[in-house]
Design a protein. Structure first.
Length: 397
């Protein structure tokens, strides 16, 4: 205790410029608590400190000017799932931030700064980092559509890290038989950044080894992340992976504007005849200016087509639109509905204007309008009575 350690101007070719720590005990996807941490707290005489609070610790480790491709300051196979011989009353993340400087950005979270890394622990979805990606709802795709997956790889203390992902694909049978996983062919691989990665796997990659028949309703993608994707080659056995599965739900129907042909969704011939571009890989239609395509009734399967959409309602230039998820993407000024004739809720076309822009409905103006009539009515009757005015006369037979 009461010491400062400076680790500066060190260099590593790949990872762990300031400190590189690995031992057999912590080299595991699920390290045991018996593995000792790479740091312990001792008195000046070398004896272990039995119990301390965070305020009692007067220890600081500074990292400065270290260089490496990844984990510039510190790489450890196991940062927080380890055993401390000293009892301390805070969680490991807060303790780590208290001890190690120039590696963190907050008391309760370690942000990525290409500074600290461990073995990968979890493959997660970008929008729900607390959930393993295999626990999410199935990804629904049409036949011919590319599979898009948003994912990140998290290390100890939920630090997002760079890595490499290998994708394997097979029918559900193989996903339930781990002894057969090694025989599944690789279909796609990509480098993963520490930020959110939008991985797009082409439909052709999914079907190059497996024929997805009309009866196939779901399939599995196996995602493998090497434990040492940035580590030295001698510590990178190719068979050691963190892995998870993503359930792919294959829609047996086709999106609006497409029909099933040769076991794949293709552009409807009528749209092709009218020079409407279709791309099933992204489920988009390229709709020309002043055209509209969509459903008149939400529950109907019929798709209607117009070449004379009112200017200012539909787009005045070509627009790529996914009718299955964003049918109003072909409309201007936030309009919605058939031929883009509706304004959003709470908006309306303003009387007396020459444009077609939807504007917010002002409740204060409506109130003033009604108030004027409420005041003018009694006033008009009073004037008529005071001057004894005759509004109309007629003769009764």
């Amino acid at each position: 205790n009461n010491t400062t350690l400076n680790i500066s101007a060190n260099f590593a070719f790949l990872i762990g410029g300031g400190m590189y720590i690995m031992d057999n005990c912590t080299f595991s996807l699920n390290p045991l608590d018996e593995c000792y941490c790479f740091f312990q707290f001792v008195h000046k005489n070398g004896s272990i400190m039995n119990k301390v609070t965070l305020n009692d610790l007067k220890v600081t480790i500074h990292f400065q000017n270290n260089k490496a491709r990844g984990a510039v300051n510190l790489f450890n196979t196991n940062i927080d799932k380890c055993k401390l011989e000293t009892e301390i009353d805070v969680n490991r993340t807060r303790l780590f931030n208290h001890l190690f400087h120039n590696t963190t950005s907050g008391d309760d979270k370690v942000e990525y700064s290409n500074s600290v890394a461990s073995l990968p622990r979890r493959i997660v979805n970008c929008e729900a980092t607390d959930l393993e990606i295999g626990n999410l709802t199935p990804i629904s795709v049409y036949k011919g559509q590319n599979v898009a997956i948003d994912l990140m790889v998290m290390a100890d203390m939920d630090i997002p890290i760079e890595s490499v992902a290998h994708f394997f694909f097979e029918k559900p049978y193989f996903a339930n038989h781990s002894d057969l996983l090694t025989s599944i062919p690789l279909i796609y691989n990509t480098k993963l950044d520490h930020k959110c990665n939008n991985v797009v796997i082409p439909w052709s990659s999914l079907t190059q080894y497996t024929n997805l028949s009309n009866k196939t309703e779901f399939a599995f993608l196996q995602i493998n992340v090497p434990l040492f994707s940035l580590a030295p080659i001698k510590f990178h056995p190719p068979s050691v992976f963190l892995y998870n599965f993503v359930n792919i739900s294959i829609n047996p129907t086709c999106p609006p504007g497409f029909i099933m042909r040769n076991n794949e969704c293709q552009c409807h011939p009528y749209l092709t005849e009218h020079s409407i571009g279709c791309d099933i890989s992204t489920v988009t239609l390229t709709i020309p200016a002043y055209h509209w395509i969509g459903k008149v009734h939400a529950n109907s399967t019929d798709v209607h087509f117009s070449t004379a959409c009112y200017p200012g309602f539909c787009n005045i230039s070509n627009k790529s639109v996914d009718l299955s998820s964003d049918p109003d993407g072909q409309c201007m000024f936030d309009r919605t509905g058939v031929l883009c004739t509706k304004c959003p809720k709470g908006m309306s076309v303003v009387f007396g204007t020459t444009d077609s822009i939807c504007k917010l409905c002002s409740t204060s103006k409506i109130f003033l309008f009604v108030l004027v009539f409420l005041l003018l009515g009694p006033l008009l009757v009073s004037i008529m009575c005071y001057f004894n005015l005759t509004i109309a006369t007629r003769t009764l037979n």
